[in-house]
Design a protein around this ligand. Structure first.
Ligand code: ZN
Ligand code: ZN
Length: 320
């Protein structure tokens, strides 16, 4: 099969290799689409805490198991610890991830635990089914931060993840506002935001009033300023890792004490949030189709990595 292998940072090579071996509890999935995550591009650029090389990257996968259309939850968890039993398998201490610890979806075939397969609704195009993982991460974040009907929600970043968070919040009856300094990027989602009553601004300073919850779908330290835009008792979800702490961290965190703000984190997604994402993609698929801005063959992926880092497209999807 064809596979794109990261041998070391900045060195991706397309090679012919044997199809992956499958264990007793695994299935061989023929990859149809694997969408490209910012994390894939960062791993290509400089590696990652959880990455073991050489590695086939790619963790946003849809494909076929025989004739069945499937999406892949990319985690491999123990299944028996307290976290796994409580449906919080993304926190399992022995968690491993396809595309990080094991070979992922930038290849014609991928070996997947049978328990990680989710079935794709008949009407959902496979390129959108590949977005179930990132959308699942957004839904998981909304659950973590208890976003409820009637609440005002501030979201930093109007890339694909920021827009997924906003749509999920709107579907719960909340009122999302996205902050995006790049006016060109903001204009690209204009129709979508209008349709789902998603507010927007280029800076938070022009948004009036306070918010019940805030999320960063961008990793610049200034996104933590959202703590100052929360009402007392509000929740801030660190949805993206921060590049560094802002200089004013001590005064920002004073709000955690005096105003009983809550700072919480969200990482990855569970099977259940991915299943919810597939159902949501079935409901909103046509409205989300604009997010797949570029489809490309595996041969062109390495050359496109700088565009992924630069956030040029909402989503790029590798098609086999
Ligand atoms: Zn990802
Ligand atoms: Zn576990």
């Amino acid at each position: 099969m064809k596979a794109l292998v990261l041998k070391e940072p900045r060195s991706l090579g397309l090679c012919e290799r044997n199809d992956p071996e499958t264990g007793e509890d695994e299935a061989l999935v023929r990859v149809v689409c694997c969408s490209v995550c910012r994390t894939d591009a960062k791993m290509w650029q400089s590696g990652h805490r959880d990455l073991v090389m050489p590695r086939v990257l790619g963790h946003e996968i849809s494909g076929y198991l025989d004739n069945e259309r499937v999406a892949v939850w990319p985690g491999i968890s123990c299944g028996s610890c307290a976290f796994c039993l409580a449906g919080r398998e993304n926190l399992c201490a022995s968690m491993q991830i396809l595309g990080f610890h094991h070979d992922g979806g930038f290849a014609e075939y991928v070996a997947v635990r049978r328990t990680s397969l989710l079935s794709v609704p008949d009407t959902l195009p496979m390129e959108l089914a590949a977005l179930a993982e990132p959308l699942g991460c957004a839904l998981h974040g909304l659950d973590r931060a208890w976003v409820r009907s009637g609440e005002r929600v501030l979201i930093y970043g109007a890339g694909s993840l920021g827009l997924f968070l906003a749509l999920g919040a709107a579907e719960r009856g909340a009122h999302p506002v996205v902050i995006e300094p790049d006016g060109r990027k903001l204009r690209k989602s204009h129709t979508f935001r209008d349709r789902f009553a998603i507010g927007s601004a280029e800076t938070p300073s022009v948004v009036s009033g306070l918010f019940d919850a805030a999320f960063n779908a961008a990793s610049v330290p200034s996104t933590l300023d959202g703590l100052r835009k929360l009402r007392s008792g509000g929740r801030y979800c660190l949805f993206s890792g921060l590049q560094e702490l802002p200089e004013s961290a001590a005064s920002l965190f004073a709000g955690l004490h005096y105003r009983e703000l809550q700072l919480l984190g969200s990482y990855g997604c569970t099977r259940a949030s991915m299943a919810s994402a597939l159902a949501m993609l079935e409901r909103f698929g046509g409205d989300l189709a604009f997010m797949v801005e570029r489809k490309l063959p595996i041969e062109q992926l390495e050359a496109a990595m700088p565009d992924v880092i630069g956030g040029k497209y909402f989503k790029m999807v590798v098609q086999f």
